[in-house]
Design a protein around this ligand. Structure first.
Ligand code: NAP
Length: 358
């Protein structure tokens, strides 16, 4: 069941609107006819963002329905103004680094305190529902995954030694959000979460996320062979569609939407990239990089260090809630990988290594 509002008269806030996933949420909200207000650390981003989004909108002119308010997760300034008059809030912004920070609190504090700032401002402004972008980082890290299919009842263990700072930050921020709802919201506002796996798919403008790094590293042949890292992956268009559907679906509040297709090895990703791009001069590696080689690299490469816990450790999730919300099959691996690769090429992040052999 869906609650109906007149989109043209409904303002929706999207935090971190300049980010990779948030751009997709903004685009789908504009296509659905809503008035969209985004937050950004610099309000001056509006012109560029509108120009980037316009080619991806059903009606390019609807980019004019987007406005931007300046707000930072680490400060109270601007949040009350950003959320004023909004019926719904998508809280997407959160720091997502390419390498682990020296101090985990560099991620945990903005993620948790920023989430609480947004929820408090939303509650005070009379917002009816918040959709929070959490992550599978808050579901299946720091726990034994053997033989397990994870559901919305499962939580990562932020105190386990196998968990990284980013996964801690997402777990602690989402826990804080549900605790806020229990203790402070007094039934006056609803919360639902979208918990994506590794997000691929096209970039709407040059907003490359950390999740594109895996595709870029393969296309750049950063490794001579492909590590057997396994992830539950998802296309950003499905993440955004889940956000927009969860915003009004009557049965979404109180639920965590685990948003990913089946677990796949990076070797599956490499095979798709090699099939399509090696004939064009890329040298995507498809052989298997032994686990010990990645563990060794991880000792001096922080990005590799982030990944060792995912070696040969499948992420199986129950995505029934998302499939029911979308009412259509989720976007498949080929499509999400090749559209990510096309965007990386379009914005100059990757290029063929050698001229094409005739
Ligand atoms: P992204 O492009 O890096 O977006 C992150 C957004 O957060 C950016 O808009 C960034 O703003 C904003 N942000 C970071 N620190 C901030 C601060 N102190 N104050 C205000 N805004 C801040 O990455 P993304 O992949 O789209 O991630 C968006 C959300 O999805 C995050 O919550 C992330 O945890 C979640 N997620 C991502 C994945 C994935 O695989 N990509 C998977 C699961 C969940 P600036 O543009 O100003 O830096």
């Amino acid at each position: 069941m869906t609650t109906h509002h007149d989109p043209a008269g409904t303002t929706v806030l999207v935090t971190g609107a300049t980010g990779f996933i948030a751009r997709h949420v903004v685009a789908q909200l504009l296509d659905a006819g809503y008035q969209v207000r985004g937050t950004a650390r610099r309000a001056s981003s509006l012109d560029q963002l509108q120009a980037d989004l316009a080619p991806h909108l059903a009606d390019p002119g609807s980019a004019e329905r987007l406005t931007i308010a300046a707000a930072d997760l680490t400060s109270d300034d601007g949040w009350a103004e950003a959320v004023a008059g909004c019926t719904y809030v998508h809280h997407v912004a959160s720091p997502i680094p390419a390498a682990p920070p020296e101090d985990p609190n560099d991620l945990i504090v903005p993620a948790r305190d920023g989430t609480l700032r947004v929820l408090r401002a939303a509650l005070d402004a009379g917002v009816s529902r918040v959709v929070l972008t959490s992550s599978l980082a808050a579901v299946l890290y720091g726990v034994d995954r053997t033989g397990k299919v994870f559901t919305e009842a499962d939580w990562s263990n932020p105190d386990d030694r196998r968990i990284g700072a980013y996964e801690q930050s997402k777990t602690i921020a989402e826990r804080a959000a549900w605790a806020f709802m229990e203790q402070d919201a007094g039934g006056r506002m609803e919360l639902t979460t979208v918990n994506p796996g590794l997000v691929l798919g096209p970039m709407y403008g040059d907003a490359m996320s950390t999740s594109h790094e895996a595709v870029k590293k393969l296309m750049d042949r950063d490794f001579p062979a492909c590590p057997d890292l396994t992830y539950a992956m998802v296309d950003a268009r499905d993440v955004a569609a889940t956000h927009v559907a969860a915003m009004t679906a009557a049965d979404a509040p109180g639920h965590r939407h685990l948003c990913a297709i089946d677990s796949h090895s990076l070797r599956d990703v490499a095979a798709i990239l090699a099939r399509e791009h090696n004939p064009k001069g890329y040298r995507v590696p498809t052989g298997k990089l032994p686990g010990w080689a990645l563990r060794l690299t991880a000792k001096f490469d922080k990005t590799a260090a982030l990944a060792v816990n995912d070696l040969g450790n499948p992420q199986r999730v129950d995505n029934t809630l998302v499939r029911n919300l979308l009412g259509r099959p989720m976007i498949d691996l080929d499509t999400m990988v090749l559209s990510a690769a096309a965007s990386l090429e379009q914005y100059g992040h990757v290029a063929p290594k050698r001229r094409r052999v005739a």
